[in-house]
Design a protein around this ligand. Sequence first.
Ligand code: SF4
Length: 492
Amino acid sequence: MCEKRGVPTVDSLVQDSENTVGQKPNEHCAVVGFYGTDGAFDWIYTSLRTLQHRGQESSGISIFDGSRINTVKVMGLVNEGFKSSVENGSIYSKLGGNIGVGHNRYSTAGAKDLSGAGPVTVSSLLGELALSHNGEIVNQVELREELKKKGITFQTQLDTEVLLMVLSREISEKGLKNGFKNAMSLLRGSYSCALIINDKLYAFRDPLGIRPLIFGKVGNNYIVASESSVVDVLGGKIIRDVEPGEVIEFFEGEYKTILNVPSMRTAHCMFEYVYFSRPDSVIDNVEVYNARILMGRQLAKEAPVDADVVVPVPDSGRTQAMGYALELGIEYSEGLFKNRYSERTFIMPTQSLRSNSVKIKLNPIKSAIAGKKVVLIDDSIVRGTTMRYIVSILRSAGAAEIHVRIGSPMIIAPCYLGVDMKTRDQFIALNKSISDINAEIGSNSLAYLSLEGLKESIGLGPKSLCLGCLTGEYPVKIKGEKYTQQTALESY
Ligand code: SF4
């Protein structure tokens, strides 16, 4: 149970939480590829809207029109950025053709403008290329320097451009299959990609399968996407995941595997199951919704509370909270209202506007909270400012007790593989005990799901997941960090 502490007021937490309430770590990107007989634009546009949760900063679509690749990039949400050109139909004269790739981006650094938007395109000895990439190339600086020495110039600071240049050079020199193979041996990190080379589409994934990639069929058209929910939304049939290390070519109405690079293990990002992916997606044969229910059930077994009501942090804690409530037979209640129209944070000029802009995002439903022992569930805690704020507003709403339960283990280390958790000092769990964190967020008790519990809930077996941000041990070599291949097999 918690140590006694002063109850923080909402206003005292506003400054602290001003830019973080409701915020979660972000994925870098969503990837879409299309090869078919229909016009590609409508399908890619709908797919990108379906994957909006994986990147909201900018979007882009590249389509091969039979002789060249044309690209349109926009800032903001997909339907906002493309709105006028879709409404007046002008987009169809710019983006005609039936082979294309699309991209949603969230950036963590650098210019937040169209220069950072995907897909990345290049004209090379191979012809025209357009690449949509989800992930992060860990050794991009070294590769960029090497390529520069060979006279290659870069237009952006994006690791995606490095990936594209490495691929283009290797394929030009060694042919398609050996070029991909060589590029994969040079590139370190995570990459799930859709690539147009002239009139062909390729889908490929790094040998550890860190970020998801799936493909399916809708009528005569093939769709490649970061998540299976895209194929469902389009009314298609899922074929399968692109395997880790696999390169698939789509051409003349058929698809074929042209390369399969073997790997001793996989390293699927556990955060896809915990938070990033839509619950209606199936990733590497695991349904995300079911995995989250099992996380909640397991959390209830490991850290039960004799409580009156289970309340999720909307929307991130919802499925784990349902699992928790089901396991213990406790009432589940949506005790926090989240204003879905207040997603974007602006810089407010006055303290009262700042205060209101935070309060407007979340509001407790008093009848669900007042006088009750509440189990408050979220999928993860990164900085802790959001959780501290939510505990404070539940107290203000009259909760008798607040027991925080988290559906994943403590985040203690950065991610170098495609998620914007870059520095250790941002983590509330760094160098703190559970009771320290409990005191800091002001809850009566706090518990996290165990590492074993998480692995069991996802159910992919040993040596299948990346757990780098939970353990500090990564599946690929990262300067200054531990590398899991160097540890005994049974230790992860
Ligand atoms: S370090 Fe964490 S967030 Fe990054 S890929 Fe690995 S599990 Fe996912």
